[in-house]
Design a protein around this ligand. Structure first.
Ligand SMILES: Cc1cc2nc3c(=O)[nH]c(=O)nc-3n(C[C@H](O)[C@H](O)[C@H](O)COP(=O)(O)OP(=O)(O)OC[C@H]3O[C@@H](n4cnc5c(N)ncnc54)[C@H](O)[C@@H]3O)c2cc1C
Length: 381
């Protein structure tokens, strides 16, 4: 590939980059725009599984692998079956997602791919420049989801880290119409820790051990906890591990740089992982949809955030403050919230789409003497 100028370059062909590309392929406005997608990997492995909730069919409906209308929540002192009402909890497998978008892209002659490592990106004179090993390419806009900085642990910053196993059993061991959203009935010695269980058949489920803590654990610690949970809590003694996924993402109230000149950050790099939960898939969908709309209106600035987002970020900061100062742990907080609120209210809240009434309900369900001082501290920051 020679040095060339494009209308748009997408750096990072993961969830955010390919979500943006998919939206460009759905809209005739982009059919005559030159688009280059760059990633260091050809995206041929099933490296993650996304779960998210929504009320209507979304852009990726054809590749939803499984869905649930009810979920269980378990803490040490409270358990509940959550009827999701208008929502469905949906699962998409990483590889299905990559193949779906990349196959569609073969029909578009205006889209090119380049599988190389991006060294850096800079913006100058209404253009952005992507520096590859031996080449520099430029565009009117670069949409970037590559993180060039190692995760930087600042005040209140946690990591969400997890190891998940897909296990298969010989006998019926799961109810495929009910997922476990969070199960805190495991050791909390390392900090906020829970399991989630996503059964896709009576004999197959993804079980993921998730922690919100400042540091990672040795590999055996994740494996030991998974083994203990499968044996003791799920009462499954015989199974085969058919797949493993691992991951680390930041959970932070640190502001992310959304735009630098003609480089626009998207995905985790654009702050789309919710600080208090780590959910990112739907936030990525909202951001990429907003970018498409903006481009069609000749918008140049993509760094503004809505009042709802600002409010959500403030609530995330308060929760991270409470966790950081160890006033309560995640088990106690999520238990209090699920005990007193309808699942739909909680899901709206976690989506940053809650009404003032929803917010008041959620606020009144957590201990005011802990959350109010934390909220004041965060406001003063
Ligand atoms: C295992 C796992 C499970 C998750 N599950 C959920 C979930 O259930 N629900 C949810 O809402 N969120 C989930 N998340 C969080 C979030 O949705 C994902 O991390 C999501 O993939 C983030 O999208 P992204 O585009 O920002 O990053 P990525 O999808 O990681 O994409 C970044 C891309 O950049 C490429 N890249 C990196 N460096 C370079 C470089 N120097 N040069 C070229 N290319 C480069 C990578 O190859 C990659 O393709 C999960 C995360 C992980 C890790």
């Amino acid at each position: 590939m020679s040095s060339k100028h494009y209308h748009y370059i997408i750096t990072g062909a993961g969830c955010a980059g390919l979500s943006l590309l998919m939206r460009m392929m759905e809209d005739p406005f982009f059919f005559n725009k030159s688009i280059l997608v760059i990633d260091q990997s050809a995206k041929q492995t099933n490296d993650r599984t996304w779960c998210f909730w929504e009320q209507r069919p979304g852009l990726f409906e054809p590749i939803v692998h499984h869905r649930w209308n009810t979920m269980q929540f378990h803490s040490t002192d409270f358990s509940s079956n959550l009827n999701l009402g208008h929502y469905q909890y949906k699962m998409i497998q990483g590889l299905d997602f990559y193949q779906y978008v990349l196959n569609k892209a073969t029909q578009f002659s205006n889209i090119e791919f380049c599988y190389e490592r991006v060294a850096s990106i800079h913006s100058e004179n209404n253009q952005a420049f992507v520096h590859l090993e031996k080449n520099v390419v430029s565009a009117d806009f670069v949409f970037n989801s590559i993180s060039f900085q190692p995760i930087n642990l600042k005040k209140y910053q946690f990591l969400q880290h997890f190891t998940g196993w897909v296990i298969e059993t010989d006998t019926a061991s799961f109810n495929k119409s009910e997922a476990i959203f969070m199960d805190f009935r495991i050791s909390q010695k390392n900090g906020t820790s829970f399991m989630y269980v996503l059964p896709v058949s009576e004999k197959k489920a993804l079980i993921e051990y998730t922690l919100f803590t400042p540091t990672l654990l040795p590999k055996e610690a994740y494996e030991n906890e998974l083994k203990a949970y499968i044996g003791q809590q799920l009462q499954i003694s015989s199974y085969t591990i058919t797949h493993e996924e691992i991951g680390v993402i930041p959970m932070t109230n640190q502001p992310f740089e959304l735009q630098k000149g003609r480089m626009i950050n998207i995905g985790i790099e654009g702050g789309q992982a919710k600080g208090s939960s780590g959910f990112a898939f739907q936030f990525i969908q909202k951001r990429t949809a907003a970018i498409i709309k903006g481009l069609k209106h000749n918008q140049q600035q993509f760094a503004s955030i809505s009042m709802h987002q600002r409010k959500g970020q403030f609530y995330d900061s308060v929760l991270l403050n409470v966790l950081h100062h160890k006033k309560l742990n995640g088990n106690q907080i999520f238990s209090a919230i699920f005990k007193s609120n309808q699942p739909e209210t909680v899901l709206r809240f976690l989506d940053n789409e809650s009404s003032l009434l929803d917010d008041l309900k959620i606020m009144s369900s957590v201990p005011t003497h802990i959350f109010l001082p934390a909220a004041i501290q965060e406001l003063l920051h």
